[in-house]
Write a protein that binds this ligand. Sequence first.
Ligand code: SF4
Length: 367
Amino acid sequence: MTDTSAHSTAGAAPSPAAPSAKAAGEKTAYLDVRDLKVHFPTDDGLVKAVDGLTFKLERGKTIGIVGESGSGKSVTSQGILGLHRRTRARASGQIWLDGEDLMTVSDERMRELRGNKMAMIFQDPLSALHPYYTIGSQIVEAIRVHHSDTSKSAAKARAVDLLGLVGIPNPTRRVDQYPHEFSGGMRQRAMIAMSLANDPSLLIADEPTTALDVTVQAQILDLMRKLQQEFGSAIIMITHDLGVVAEMANDILVMYGGKAVEYGPVNDVFYRPEHPYAWGLLSSMPRLDRVRSARLNPVPGNPPSLINIPPGCAFHPRCRYAAEVAGDACRTQVPDLLGTGPDHVVRCHLAQSRRAELFAADVKPLL
Ligand code: SF4
């Protein structure tokens, strides 16, 4: 059974949509994100890329953040890493990492933490790696920037060890090669090696396997699982692929229009989802393990513009069940994120019993 200890308690507890500030002495999870907002003022209006996000993560656990492009997934990870600092972004809320609120630490402290205690694995290693420098020199730099007392030769020896650890054959030779001399899968392994350079306890993987073919994808996910077991890292896996999170995550957070619309243990959100948007994501997923007689069911329409988020439930223009809700609540009232089971919360006006009926009738037969 999925361990849900990484997860906030929902249900009778205050809604995660409206968390309280941390009280003195209160214990926080290893990563405890509370009411995170990242808004960008633009000439066309305020872009509410992340609008009140709350989640928790313990060491050794993985949370999958899923949603279409523009749902706010990547801005969430950039917010945690403090990459919005020194930009025009307006960020608020709390991001507790190991008892330290990242929203209030100095820029200098944030630089120490970034790449050291927390690290990012990017989607496209070819653009994340510098083409002019060897793989080894980039890992050496990542080590020495945080440990200036480490000699170049010791850092290079560590780079060789790391390349070996992530399964790159002949690392003593490969360490002196350039990114273009690596295949796509090997480059992603090298990126993972670089992100592990300073033993980070929080790894943020932003679509780490999207650019890879299915076989290499499986190898990279396997590698990340092994490394997590070895180092006890907390992992945030950002992806649009529910199949990847089902394999990797303990908890799943589904984002739409900058907000969480469903959040809970993987067994609930993947196998018994309750939000119509999560139903759409699941039923549009190709399955290779089943004979499928019907066509895939894409979610109709497009994700909303974050400058002009629809009033009420942001999903209502695309939701085939909006008419099921009495009055025009779906078009006028933002639903709260409410508990629907232990540790499972959903943002939808439909009654829970009706959601169960609709899932059984309309969605389950498609899965
Ligand atoms: Fe659909 Fe209404 Fe639920 Fe939004 S609140 S998902 S529009 S039924």
